[in-house]
Design a protein around this ligand. Structure first.
Ligand SMILES: O=C(O)c1cc(C(=O)O)c2c(n1)C(=O)C(=O)c1cc(C(=O)O)[nH]c1-2
Length: 260
């Protein structure tokens, strides 16, 4: 059968399939984590297990800054497309969580920069993204574009990797504090704050898609969106591994001091 007729047949099959029950749909979303969340990646095991040197942790933090700074941009893209006032109101606090709200709330990006300061990286250099890996930039911009272009419910679903984040944050706080003498409580503040923020955000997004993804096709597209997002996270660690463990640092990317 040629690919076009196969695609058509699959679409017909799905059309005839009844929607999943809310419990089945939620289970399908949750099943993606144990299959492909980035806590399974070897680079993560090395990071948490104390197997990286300072330069490799610097490279991780510097690249991960690009993800942090893209998150409020993708959240703004999502809000710009929402006609539902309640969704906009709820989603707005995600932007403030990252960008901060003067005078008392510095925000997650500032907390991330405290981490990169603590690792001895120059702030202006981190913020400029000049030293980031090309794959990091491609991955985070793919996430922003996905949220800008996909149907709203599917864009909301792509945030649901956050269902799996608290576990990785807990492991990271414990593992990094224990294993690296250049990491202290102050620089781990970012992850401590996410332990309460991520479950609240994920819970809202999950309830939203359970209510709004009504057909089987929409439900399957939501599950696919969570897989897509896992790929966004995974490919960033692949790139870090290739550059800083295997030693293939692309031209222009950050070079740890010992390599310069
Ligand atoms: O450290 C991590 O592994 C991790 C993962 C994720 C995620 O699953 O996308 C987020 C975060 N951290 C995070 O700190 C964060 O603010 C965040 C926002 C989002 C999102 O998609 O809106 N994901 C994540």
């Amino acid at each position: 059968m040629n690919p076009v007729s196969l695609e058509k047949k699959n679409a017909e099959r799905r059309e005839n399939e009844p929607p999943m029950s809310p419990a089945e749909f939620e289970a399908a979303i949750r099943a993606v984590g144990p299959e492909r969340y980035h806590d399974l990646h070897p680079f993560h095991h090395m990071l948490h297990g104390g197997k990286l040197n300072r330069g490799q942790v610097q490279a991780w933090a510097l690249n991960r800054f690009c993800y942090q700074s893209a998150v409020p941009r993708k959240d703004a893209a999502l809000i710009s497309r929402a006609y539902d006032r309640e969704l906009r109101r709820e989603w707005t606090h995600r932007i403030l969580d990252h960008d901060g709200l003067p005078p008392d709330e510095p925000g997650g990006i500032e907390r991330w920069l405290i981490l990169t300061d603590g690792l001895g990286l120059d702030r202006e250099y981190v913020i400029s993204r000049r030293g980031a890996l090309p794959a990091t930039i491609f991955a985070v911009e793919a996430y922003v574009t996905f949220v800008r272009e996909q149907p709203l419910t599917i864009a909301v679903a792509s945030s649901l990797t956050e269902l799996f984040a608290p576990k990785i944050h807990k492991e990271r706080i414990a593992g990094m504090l224990e294993n690296y003498d250049f990491i202290d409580d102050k620089v781990m503040a970012y992850f401590k704050r996410r332990l309460t923020q991520a479950p609240r955000d994920a819970d809202f997004a999950l309830q939203y898609i359970l209510k709004n993804a009504k057909t089987r096709d929409e439900q399957e597209a939501c599950v696919e969106a969570v897989r897509f997002k896992c790929n966004v996270l995974w490919v960033q660690l692949d790139a870090l591994h290739h550059a800083y463990i295997d030693g293939h640092i692309p031209p222009g990317a950050f070079r740890p001091e010992a390599d310069r």
